[in-house]
Design a protein around this ligand. Structure first.
Ligand code: SF4
Length: 292
C-alpha cells in the first residue's frame, strides 16, 4: 500500500482500510488548512490504485468490512473511475459493508444527481464534507471557494442520492470578531441541510498558513477555550434537527461530547454550561493534547 503522507481520516473511520485514490485537495485555497502546504493535488493512476487494492487483499485477507478513500476530496474524481474502484473493492472484499470518502460541496455540484446515485448503488455509503461555517463573510475570508447556499445545495444533492452525509463545522473560524455569526449562521445552514451526522472541530492555527500570518499580524484574534464553549453553546442552542448524531469528539476540541439531536440538546447544553461555570468539574482538553 502506498501513501503520500500525512494522511487524515475521520475518527469514525479508524478501523477502515485506507486507500489513497487522490492526493491532497483539488480546492487547496482555504487559509486555515495545512494540507496545501505539504501536498500538491493529484489523482493517482487507476493502475496504481488497482495494485494497492490487490495488495491490501493479500495483506489483510478477504474480511475487510470498511474502506475509506483518501485524500481530502476523492469525490472529485471522474465518476467512471470511482465506479471502477468501488466495483473492484466489492469484488475483492466479499464482506465489504461500506466505502466512505471525503468530499467538497463543489464536487457534489460537479456531479449530476444520476452520477451520485450510481455511486451510491455501487456502494459509496458515506461522504464526509467540511461545511466549516455557514457565514458567507467567513467563507469568503477563509477562501473556502463556495457560498453557504451552494454548500446547502451540494449537501442536499449527496443526501438525495442515498449517500449518508456527515458534515463538519469549525468552531472559532470567525475569530473574536465573528463568533456569534459563526454560531448562528452555521446553525441555520446545518438546519437546512438536516444531516444525520454533525461533527464540530475547533480551529487550530497551522504554522505557515495564511491564517497564521493573519494571527501574527493581529488581523485575526483566536478565541480562548471559554469563548469556544460559548460559541458551541450558541450553535447547539440554535440547531433544530430531526435526527442527528452531534459530536465534538475530534482531537482539536476542548470539550469532547456527543448526543442525538434533538432529544439530547438540553443535556449537551447543561454539560457546556457546567464546563463554563465550574471548569474544575469538567476539565477541558489542554492545548498540548489538542491535535488536528
Ligand atoms: S479545508 Fe478542505 S477544501 Fe479547504 S483546502 Fe483544506 S482540504 Fe481543501
Amino acid at each position: 500500500m502506498r501513501y503520500v503522507e500525512p494522511v487524515f481520516r475521520p475518527p469514525s473511520e479508524a478501523k477502515s482500510l485506507l486507500l489513497q485514490a487522490s492526493i491532497g485537495c483539488s480546492n487547496n485555497t482555504c487559509t486555515f488548512c495545512g494540507s496545501n502546504l505539504v501536498k500538491k493535488f493529484g489523482i493517482r493512476p487507476l493502475e496504481e490504485i488497482r495494485e494497492d487494492i490487490l495488495e491490501a487483499r493479500a495483506l489483510y485477507g478477504e474480511r475487510v468490512r470498511r474502506v475509506f478513500l483518501l485524500d481530502s476530496n476523492a469525490l472529485c474524481m471522474r465518476t467512471e473511475d470511482l465506479l471502477e474502484i468501488l466495483n473492484l473493492l466489492y469484488a475483492v472484499f466479499p464482506y465489504l459493508e461500506r466505502i466512505g470518502v471525503y468530499a467538497c460541496a463543489a464536487d457534489a455540484l460537479e456531479k449530476s444527481p444520476e452520477d451520485l446515485r450510481k455511486l451510491f448503488k455501487a456502494g459509496l455509503k458515506i461522504a464526509y464534507l467540511g461545511v466549516e461555517s455557514g457565514d458567507d463573510v467567513i467563507l469568503k475570508r477563509v477562501r473556502k471557494g463556495i457560498s453557504a447556499e451552494q454548500t446547502i445545495e451540494g449537501c442536499k444533492r449527496i443526501m438525495d442520492s442515498g449517500i449518508t452525509l456527515s458534515v463538519t463545522i469549525i468552531l472559532g473560524l470567525g475569530g473574536k470578531e465573528r463568533w456569534r455569526e459563526n454560531a448562528m449562521e452555521t446553525a441555520k445552514v446545518i438546519n437546512r441541510i438536516n444531516p444525520p451526522y454533525v461533527g464540530a472541530l475547533t480551529l487550530m492555527v497551522v504554522p505557515g498558513t495564511p491564517l497564521h500570518k493573519e494571527v501574527q499580524e493581529g488581523r485575526f484574534q483566536v478565541l480562548n477555550p471559554q469563548e469556544i464553549l460559548q460559541e458551541m453553546r450558541l450553535l447547539v442552542e440554535n440547531l433544530e434537527l430531526t435526527n442527528c448524531v452531534f459530536r465534538s469528539n475530534h482531537a482539536s476540541n476542548y470539550l469532547p461530547l456527543g448526543g442525538i439531536l434533538p432529544q439530547d440538546k438540553e443535556d449537551i447544553l447543561r454539560v457546556i454550561d457546567l464546563a463554563l461555570r465550574k471548569a474544575s468539574r469538567i476539565p477541558l482538553r489542554s492545548e498540548k493534547h489538542r491535535r488536528l
